[in-house]
Design a protein around this ligand. Structure first.
Ligand code: BTN
Length: 254
């Protein structure tokens, strides 16, 4: 695949720009980056706060030919690529929180948002990746739940090297997904890097209910299997999954 990088200084959202480029017929492999986003998009309609030079903001345009049911696995491609990049370049020990948040020391360092767009030459998928480079501009509400490369390594990351490695790993895992049995292979790659795959006590917040139980692997499309107390398996396709923390019960007895 030919990689073309389209860098911006300030932009609304690299995902939005990549969608517009896709609609104008841009090829697979176009990578939109920005130093700052004024309307960065997060999952579930949230905003991805994107101050200047505080994060890596990247969107890769893909034109996948895989079966539609496997499209959610493109976010897994992003998550394993981020995981490998952080491990290789900075010796960090990341974890992938289902479905595709990358954490280091239990705090979020990277988020992934894949968006689809119908275009005249077929379906495009935009793989959007945000990685926190430093924490100095985190708003108060993120201070306890987010981290950054600089925070974890005490060094300022070299952006060019980070971008090159991340793009190359993303394309590599995407090419694996596109081959025969690619879906199974990517699920295996994801499982190998996530403590959420099996045996994790979690609580999944869905639109109308919250499911609490123990994770029991993933379906072939990446959906999470949660075993509830009654022994039933519930399959979660979308939603926010949180680890349930052990509650210490304090005794009032004197
Ligand atoms: C999440 O909510 O965890 C996903 C966040 C994804 C943010 C990235 S930053 C680059 C790309 N452009 C966007 O507008 N969003 C994604």
């Amino acid at each position: 695949m030919n990689i073309t990088i389209l860098p911006f200084d300030t932009i609304e959202s690299t995902n939005l720009e990549a969608i517009n480029q896709a609609r104008r017929g841009a090829d697979e492999g176009l990578c939109v980056t920005a130093r700052q986003q004024t309307a960065g998009r997060g999952r579930h309609g949230r905003t991805w706060i994107s101050p200047k030079d505080s994060g890596l903001y990247l969107s890769i345009l893909l034109r996948p030919t895989i079966e539609t049911r496997f499209l959610p696995l493109i976010t897994f491609v992003g998550a394993v690529a981020v995981f490998e990049t952080l491990r290789e370049l900075y010796d960090l020990k990341p974890d992938i929180k289902w479905a595709n948040d990358v954490h280091v020391n239990e705090r979020k360092i990277s988020g992934i948002l894949a968006e689809t767009a119908e275009t005249e030459i077929g379906l495009a998928v935009i793989l959007g990746i945000g990685i926190n480079l430093n924490s100095s501009n985190f708003p108060d509400e993120l201070a306890d739940i987010a981290t950054s490369i600089e925070n974890e390594t005490s060094k300022r990351p070299q952006k060019g090297e980070l971008l090159r490695t991340l793009i190359s790993k993303s394309i590599n895992f995407y090419e694996i997904l596109s081959r025969n049995d690619g879906a199974q292979k990517i699920c295996k790659e994801w499982i190998a890097r996530s403590t959420y795959a099996f045996g994790k006590q979690v609580s999944a917040k869905l639109e109308r209910e919250t499911i609490t139980g123990i994770t029991q692997g993933i379906e072939e499309n990446g959906a999470l299997r949660i075993e509830t107390d009654d022994g039933k398996i519930t399959i979660i396709l979308a939603g926010d999954v949180e680890k349930v923390r052990a509650v210490s019960i304090e005794s009032n007895a004197h």
